[in-house]
Unconditional design. Structure first.
Ligand code: C5P
Length: 224
């Protein structure tokens, strides 16, 4: 990869899962490892970009030269991203953001035995509220950065991904090809824009996420 393909460009990237608290000790999350988003941040920094990485709870080292902001919930990720977005050339939404959160976060741990009463057999119901769609919100800014979304579909991949691209109003969506990619070091990607599709790796098969990230950054550099 030519070292300075993205010199002078500012990239904002989200990565990892979100954690939506139920009470002080419990919450709802997902299996996103953050590896793809962190690999993209690393590849972008290698290419000379000024990179801000907004990360959900993950166990990954910050790539060299990347400015990292740690968050837990989707709302915190939204609050970190939205004010930053207008100052960036591109926004890459690689995070697996929870669509819903518990409507209420209990101040104290939910107990099975409460005030002497045994609540066994009376499982609580957790009411859910919708989270903001960070990517759609950024894409709807008056002067949005170039927006890239990800799509993890279990069927009709290209069709659902293209529908998602249009619905969110973004120029590029990246679908994860093949079986569950969560936590793995390799992946295969399908890039879909208004003109058509492109597979990475170009030769087919799978590649490690860093190689894919570098190929993606090379592709992105032509779009910015
Ligand atoms: O709608 P869906 O969750 O499948 O869309 C996936 C894409 O949208 C990903 O790029 C993800 O990072 C982004 N997203 C977001 N905020 C949400 C939900 C998804 O930025 N609340």
């Amino acid at each position: 990869l030519a070292p300075k393909l993205l010199r002078g460009k500012k990239l904002l990237i989200t990565a990892g899962p979100t954690f939506e608290p139920i009470d002080p000790v419990r919450g709802i999350t997902n299996h996103s490892s953050g590896k793809m988003g962190f690999a993209i941040a690393r590849a972008a920094a290698e290419a000379g970009a000024d990179v801000t990485l907004v990360a959900g709870p993950v166990h990954l080292a910050t790539p060299r030269g990347v400015q990292r902001i740690d968050v837990q919930s989707a709302q915190q990720m939204y609050d970190a991203v939205l004010p930053q977005a207008p100052h960036h050339h591109a926004f890459i939404a690689a995070a697996a953001v929870a669509d819903w959160r518990p409507a209420q976060t209990h101040e104290h741990k939910l107990k099975k035995v409460e005030g002497g009463a045994n609540l066994a057999g009376t499982a609580p119901t957790i009411a859910m509220a919708e989270n903001p769609d960070i990517l759609a919100a950024v894409a709807n800014l008056p002067r949005p950065p170039y927006c890239v979304g990800f799509a993890a579909e279990s069927e009709k991949l290209a069709e659902y991904a293209e529908a998602k691209r249009r619905r969110k109003g973004i120029p590029l969506i990246i679908a994860n090809l093949g079986p569950a990619t969560f936590g793995r070091d390799d992946n295969a990607l399908l890039l879909i824009d208004e003109h058509g599709q492109r597979e990475l790796p170009e030769a087919g098969g799978r590649a490690d996420k860093l190689s894919l990230a570098r190929a993606l950054i090379a592709d992105l550099s032509k779009r910015l």
